[in-house]
Design a protein around this ligand. Structure first.
Ligand code: HEM
Length: 65
């Protein structure tokens, strides 16, 4: 369970960084990669959902979930 949580935490962090960078790039530098940005944004959302559910079902991390 813990290793799965770790994997999803890494996916979440990386996808969040990419989504944020592409969003800021669009906003500040007017370089539009909005489609890729949306893909990574959705990845963040879904991985957070999976993380929350996984944590709810593990005894040590229930409060985080
Ligand atoms: C962790 C998740 C996300 C972060 C950190 C993030 C961040 C940002 C930032 C900083 C901007 C530029 C600000 C602006 O243009 O007003 C932006 C724009 C945008 N984001 Fe996201 N975003 C995320 C998720 C998503 C998702 C899930 C979608 C859609 C499925 C999405 C769609 C868009 C669109 C369409 C724009 C362009 C808005 C415009 O040009 O007016 N974003 N995002």
């Amino acid at each position: 369970m813990t290793i799965t949580v770790r994997i999803f935490q890494s996916i979440n962090g990386l996808a969040g960084l990419v989504a944020l960078t592409l969003g800021l790039l669009d906003w500040i530098a007017h370089m539009s990669f909005v489609n890729v940005h949306m893909l990574f944004g959705i990845l963040v959302t879904l991985s957070l959902l999976v993380l929350g559910i996984l944590m709810l079902f593990s005894r040590e991390m229930r409060i985080w979930g």
